[in-house]
Every structure is written in structure tokens, then in C-alpha cells.
Design a protein around this ligand. Structure first.
Ligand code: TYD
Length: 207
């Protein structure tokens, strides 16, 4: 049995977390055969993830510590793959991951790291069956974020505008990967409906 690997991406406030959880619950209800669903998240709460969060909390300038963060996010991902993602896929799980390498490709590129360098650092890592980029204008994302928490390091309008562009460019820059852009400004219901439709149309779900 081989598993399926589904990733949700986008800027903070785009609704990834909600759709990740909603898809897991939807699939669990849809078929008894989806009895092994792994819902996971990057950065993790492993040793590198803890360091990342500390660093993010201690800074406000979105462009600072690009190299350090790049190193930490990639190390965190290597550990996440080794401990959680790869073993689960081998056992036939449906792995639904909130953020993966596309976050590093978009965020750390926006911080100033060349895209090619980031791509090279991910050579050989599993490529998801599908990646959903939940696309929303940064103004809308910031509005949602302000309802929730204090403004964080990357949550600055000018940074988020570039970040959005960098996310959208990935579709053409990684033509061999299945990256689907979803208009996440629509209602919650229609966003989730588009996700399920795309999954069905692309024949990604085994049943
Ligand atoms: P986030 O998804 O907000 O985690 P949590 O909700 O658990 O704190 O991720 C934290 C921040 O890290 C977020 O602003 C996006 C950023 N990030 C990167 O810059 N590069 C990456 O590779 C990843 C995974 C996240």
C-alpha cells in the first residue's frame, strides 16, 4: 500500500489550518477505508521547531535572520520527514500537512534567499500528490490575523505582498509538481468545496 500526501500552503491568515482539519474529518466520514489519516504541521514542535518559534517571537523585522531560519526550517523538515511523513506514507496513510517545502520556497525567498538555493536543499524529498495554495490578498489575511493574535514577524503588508507573488510564481517554477491555487477569499463553504472538487478531478483519492 502506498499513501497519499496532501499539502496546504499560503500566507498566515489564509485558512490553511481550518481546511487541513476539515479535509481530514471529511475523508474520515467519506469512506471507512480512510482509516489512517495523519494530520501534521510545519514547523513542528521538535527541537528545531522550538528554536524557530523562539526566533520568530524575538524579532519584528521580516527580513532578518533569513539564513538562520532557512537552515532551521530545512532541518525541521528533514526530521519531520524521517519521524512522521515517510513512515506514515510507507504504511499507506493519507498524510495531510499544513505547510511543507513551499513555505520555505516562498517565505525565505521573500526574505532574500535565491530560489535555486532553496530548491537544491530539498532535492530528494518526497513530492506531494497535490499542494493547495490558498490565495488571499494580504489585506484580507491581515484583517483575519488581527482578530486572533498580536502581529508577528512576517505579518507586514509589504512583505506579504511579495510573499503572495512568490507563492503564485511557484506554479510555473515547479511545473512537474501538482500545485493548485485556490481562491480563498470566497466563503468558507465554497473554498472547501473547491478543494474537494480538485481532489476528485485529479484522481488523487484512492477511493
Ligand atoms: P505557522 O504555520 O504560523 O506555525 P504556528 O501557527 O504553529 O506558529 O508558521 C510559523 C511561521 O513560520 C509562519 O509565519 C510561516 C513561517 N514559515 C517559514 O517562513 N518557512 C517555512 O518553511 C515554514 C514551514 C514556515
Amino acid at each position: 500500500m502506498d499513501g497519499r500526501f496532501i499539502v496546504f500552503e499560503g500566507m498566515d491568515g489564509c485558512g490553511k489550518g481550518e481546511n487541513t482539519k476539515r479535509l481530514a474529518s471529511f475523508l474520515f466520514d467519506r469512506s471507512k477505508e480512510y482509516d489512517f489519516i495523519v494530520v501534521t504541521h510545519e514547523p513542528t514542535y521538535g527541537k528545531h521547531g522550538v528554536q524557530i518559534r523562539k526566533l520568530l517571537k524575538s524579532e519584528t523585522d521580516p527580513y532578518r535572520s533569513a539564513d538562520k531560519l532557512l537552515e532551521l526550517y530545512v532541518k525541521d523538515r528533514i526530521e519531520h520527514l524521517k519521524e512522521v511523513i515517510t513512515p506514515s506514507l510507507k504504511e499507506g496513510a493519507m498524510v495531510i500537512c499544513d505547510r511543507y517545502k513551499y513555505s520555505t520556497l516562498a517565505f525565505q525567498q521573500t526574505q532574500g534567499i535565491p530560489l535555486e538555493k532553496i530548491i537544491k536543499m530539498h532535492d530528494g524529498m518526497p513530492v506531494p500528490d497535490v499542494v493547495f495554495i490558498l490565495d488571499i490578498p494580504p489585506e484580507g489575511a491581515l484583517e483575519r490575523l488581527r482578530e486572533r493574535t498580536a502581529v508577528e514577524k512576517f505579518e507586514k503588508l509589504e512583505f506579504m505582498k511579495k510573499l503572495r507573488e512568490n507563492y503564485l510564481k511557484l506554479v510555473d517554477q515547479l511545473p512537474k509538481e501538482k500545485i493548485v491555487v485556490i481562491n480563498a477569499s470566497k466563503s468558507r463553504e465554497s473554498v472547501f468545496e473547491s478543494i474537494v472538487k480538485k481532489l476528485d478531478a485529479a484522481n488523487i483519492l484512492p477511493y
